[in-house]
Structure formats: structure tokens, C-alpha cells
Write a protein that binds this ligand. Structure first.
Ligand SMILES: [Zn+2]
Length: 285
């Protein structure tokens, strides 16, 4: 295809996506397939109210997490292998609290803290495979930035850009064509995005999670190896086995972290609809 034709086609597709889709509020979404990609087992937590609502509204939700979370502890007695097992179980227990299915959860097994050193082509290839397999209508990820790169700590930064690059690759049939030839998948164009973790000033969408806030809090209390005194001295997955007062503190800390606007619990995102090439920039000449 000549490049002029390719760009004309992209313009038409983008215009179609931008202008033909009705702007249905997120709380009215139903029947959509949603894929959240994160770096660590807990990166999804900041969206748990929205995910609980989307699940309750009959949307299908998948999650791909890049690393096992196997270094995030100050407990000197936990090995990386133990921690990766603990983090997996915490993650499964948390997503079950918001109604998600264990069989819709994938962990790609990269080492925590070193995602930026992973083989980029391989990591993008794995993400492309799952994007083509799950065929999301909406993709949720760390915000790669709008008109400039958003600074994130290392794994979040890597996850934001690996995801952006994978989404772009997934739409082209001759990119990672083994998926298509060997696994009988189709190229997939993701038409809509909800970016989390970006700058507050870039967020353009607020979701009322009042009805789902208790589910979000319950889910959060599953991450005892990171959000309790278990960070320093892990005592297992039962919060009642932790020191006196721990349970109240953990529940309070997790609830206090949730954003409140006009007395309503909310989660905020940068929402973008259009071709992947436009996710991070304003239109240019
Ligand atoms: Zn993280």
C-alpha cells in the first residue's frame, strides 16, 4: 500500500472511530471486552472500583501483569520465589473480591524492578499475542503521556511504553505475524483506552465508584505483603494473625487512599478514543 493511501485510510478509520461512536458514559458500558495491562500484581488496584462496576455491568475483563512482584519487600526472610507465590495469590484473592475470574488473569513472569532490561521485542510480542487473543474494546494501562512522556518509576514506565508499542503492533497483520499464521489469531485494532496513573491535569474522565468502594477496600486488604506490617514481617494471608490493631489500620489506610470529589468516591482516568498512533499526542500538521 502506498504511504499516502495508508495515511488516508488511517485518517478515515480514525475519523470513523472518533465521530461515529456515541459517547456512552463508562458507568453505562455493557458487553465490552476490557483488558488491563500493568507492571505489578497490585497496579490494577487503583482501578478496582471501576473494574468492579464494569464487571457488574456484564463486561468481560481480562488482566495481563508483566512482572511477578518478586522484590517488593523489606522482610529479610522472604525469598524471591516465596514472594512471587505470595503476590500471585494476593492478586488472585483481590481480583476475586471485585468479581474477576482467575482464568482471565495472566502473569508474564518478568522479574520485578527490571522490566526495562527485559528483551523489548519479546515482551511486546507477548503483549501483542494477548491483545489479539482477548480482542479488547477498551485497553487500560499506565498513561504513556499526552504530548510528552509521563514520568513513572521504572517498571511502570516500561509497562506504559511496552503496552503502547504492543497496541500499535497488534493492529498490523505483518507484525508478529506468527500469531496470525500459527495461532490463527487476527490483527486487532484497539479503539478505546482508559489510562491510569498519569498526571492529574491530563485526566478527563471521572468514574463514581461509591457503590463499589467496599469491594475495592476488601480487595486492597488482600495485599498484606505490601500494604501492612507484612511489608517488614510477613505473617501470612490472614489479617487476624497480624498484631493488634493491624486490621483496623489496614482497612483505614486503604479507604483513605481513595479519591473523594464532592463527597463521592471516584477513580479518574485519561480516556482516549481513536487509533493507537494518536494516544499520546494532539493532532499535528
Ligand atoms: Zn506497580
Amino acid at each position: 500500500m502506498k504511504s499516502i493511501n495508508k495515511f488516508t485510510l488511517l485518517f478515515i478509520i480514525n475519523s470513523f472511530l472518533c465521530f461515529s461512536q456515541s459517547n456512552i458514559p463508562i458507568n453505562e458500558w455493557a458487553g465490552k471486552t476490557i483488558l488491563l495491562i500493568g507492571a505489578h500484581p497490585d497496579d490494577d488496584h487503583q482501578s478496582h472500583g471501576t473494574l468492579a462496576m464494569l464487571k457488574a455491568n456484564e463486561n468481560k475483563i481480562f488482566m495481563v501483569i508483566l512482572t511477578t512482584g518478586n522484590v517488593g519487600t523489606k522482610d529479610p526472610n522472604i525469598s524471591k520465589t516465596d514472594l512471587s507465590k505470595i503476590r500471585r495469590q494476593e492478586q488472585i484473592d483481590a481480583i476475586k473480591e471485585i468479581g474477576l475470574l482467575e482464568e482471565h488473569y495472566v502473569n508474564l513472569g518478568y522479574d520485578d524492578g527490571r522490566l526495562e532490561f527485559a528483551d523489548k521485542e519479546e515482551a511486546i510480542g507477548k503483549l501483542v499475542y494477548y491483545i489479539r487473543k482477548f480482542k479488547p474494546d477498551v485497553l487500560m494501562s499506565f498513561d504513556p503521556g499526552f504530548n510528552y512522556q509521563v514520568w513513572h518509576k521504572s517498571d511502570h514506565r516500561a509497562a506504559a511504553y511496552l503496552t503502547a508499542d504492543a497496541v500499535r503492533a497488534a493492529e498490523w497483520p505483518l507484525m508478529y505475524e506468527g500469531d496470525i499464521i500459527q495461532h490463527k489469531l487476527d490483527a486487532h485494532l484497539v479503539p478505546e483506552f482508559l489510562f491510569y496513573g498519569g498526571n492529574v491535569s491530563d485526566k478527563n474522565t471521572t468514574v463514581n465508584i461509591d457503590k463499589y468502594v467496599n469491594q475495592r477496600v476488601e480487595a486492597g486488604t488482600k495485599y498484606l505483603s505490601q500494604w501492612s506490617s507484612g511489608w517488614f514481617n510477613y505473617l501470612g494471608s490472614d489479617i487476624d494473625n497480624y498484631p493488634k490493631g493491624e486490621k483496623e489500620n489496614v482497612y483505614k489506610k486503604i479507604r483513605d487512599r481513595i479519591k473523594v470529589v464532592n463527597g463521592i468516591y471516584v477513580e479518574q482516568f485519561r480516556h482516549y478514543k481513536g487509533i493507537p498512533d494518536g494516544m499520546g499526542r494532539r493532532p499535528r500538521d
